[in-house]
Design a protein around this ligand. Structure first.
Ligand SMILES: Cc1cc2nc3c(=O)[nH]c(=O)nc-3n(C[C@H](O)[C@H](O)[C@H](O)COP(=O)(O)OP(=O)(O)OC[C@H]3O[C@@H](n4cnc5c(N)ncnc54)[C@H](O)[C@@H]3O)c2cc1C
Length: 300
């Protein structure tokens, strides 16, 4: 056990169903394991777009993750702090960065949004569990999962000898489609992809409602300037009259950006579930992609 972490008590034993080891296509795991609760401290909180907060936290010692994964924050109810529930947040920093970055779109009246607006402050201590999820860059297929020591991070694969992203992966471009805060996991994923695949085209389609909802424009611009294979596109559904960029929903704009040939793409989709469900349907039924090349995270 490392400083800043504690092993969860028996009430924190979670039953995982269908959470197979990362990078293992088709493997279904049924695992019972204790989870570690980490303690972290908020170091930065800023409103960066309409109803969107950027948050930074210290990275607890011993906490590791893979680009694209999320954690579960313990979020107290503002009016009744002893009532605590978890909320998922994608980690927007890369594993190489010193702190943990998040971006949160507030939902009016929601537990998470109220807690962030009314309670969370720089210096606040917060607990979380994780990392979770297999929404990560495609690791390609492998013959069988590696044998694991149950005392290590079975739930996440974070300490496992994962293959490099791209091993056994379909050749061609990577296409990231997000709406709103759904762009969060794409920041570290794009950083990883840009570094590992300088010869593959990487497109980020980041849809929001209007100019007031855009954020991380500077990061997108900087990344595409630094990596000549990275392109970004911001369509607005309700732009001001002066907007000269793409207009419309991401599912409508996607073919304009890609040029109608999706067959050499691996698709990553993240955001509100209505959008992710529709994009997945289009990808499989109209854009000619195979299921294994469509990776989806719905912010339910
Ligand atoms: C894997 C995963 C990763 C995620 N990552 C992110 C992320 O990086 N960033 C992010 O912003 N979100 C993310 N989410 C979504 C996030 O976890 C929350 O589900 C979301 O922010 C809503 O939580 P909440 O507590 O604010 O809303 P809840 O309290 O759960 O409320 C749900 C809905 O009910 C409405 N509601 C609740 N109470 C009231 C009330 N009193 N009056 C009116 N309306 C009410 C809310 O507006 C909301 O629409 C992720 C979700 C998943 C599954």
């Amino acid at each position: 056990m490392t400083e800043g972490t504690e092993v969860a008590d028996v009430s924190d034993v979670y039953f995982f169903h269908h959470l197979g080891p990362l990078g293992t296509l088709g493997y279904v795991g049924h695992l019972i394991m204790p989870l570690i609760t980490y303690t972290t401290v908020c170091t930065f909180k800023k409103l960066i777009a309409r109803g969107v907060y950027e948050l930074r936290f210290t990275k607890p010692e011993g906490f590791t993750f893979i680009a694209g994964q999320f954690i579960l924050f313990d979020v107290p109810l503002v009016d009744k702090p002893e009532d605590v529930q978890t909320r998922a947040l994608s980690i927007a920093s890369s594993p190489a960065e010193d702190d943990l970055l998040f971006v949160v779109k507030l939902l009016p009246g929601g537990r998470l949004g109220r807690w962030i607006e009314e309670v969370l402050a720089v210096g606040s201590s917060v607990t979380f569990k994780g990392p979770f999820g297999n929404f990560v860059l495609d690791r390609g297929s492998r013959p069988s999962p590696p044998s694991r020591d149950p005392s290590t991070s079975l739930r996440t694969g974070a300490t496992d000898p994962l293959p490099q992203a791209g091993e056994g992966m379909k050749p061609g471009g990577l296409f990231f489609i997000a709406t709103g805060a759904g762009v969060a996991p794409f920041r570290p994923m794009v950083m990883e992809a840009a570094k590992n695949f300088p010869d593959r085209r990487i497109d980020i389609l980041f849809g929001v409602r209007s100019e007031d909802d855009i954020f991380w424009n500077d990061w997108l611009e900087e990344t595409s300037n630094k990596h000549t294979n990275v392109f970004y596109h911001i369509p607005l559904t309700q732009p001001s009259p002066s907007w000269t960029g793409h207009k419309g929903r991401v599912q409508v704009v996607a073919p304009q950006v890609i040029g109608n040939d999706f067959t050499n793409k691996t698709l990553y989709v993240c955001g509100n579930p209505d959008m992710t469900t529709e994009v997945k349907r289009l990808a499989l039924e109209e854009w000619g992609l195979e299921k294994r090349d469509v990776h989806v995270e719905g912010y339910i």
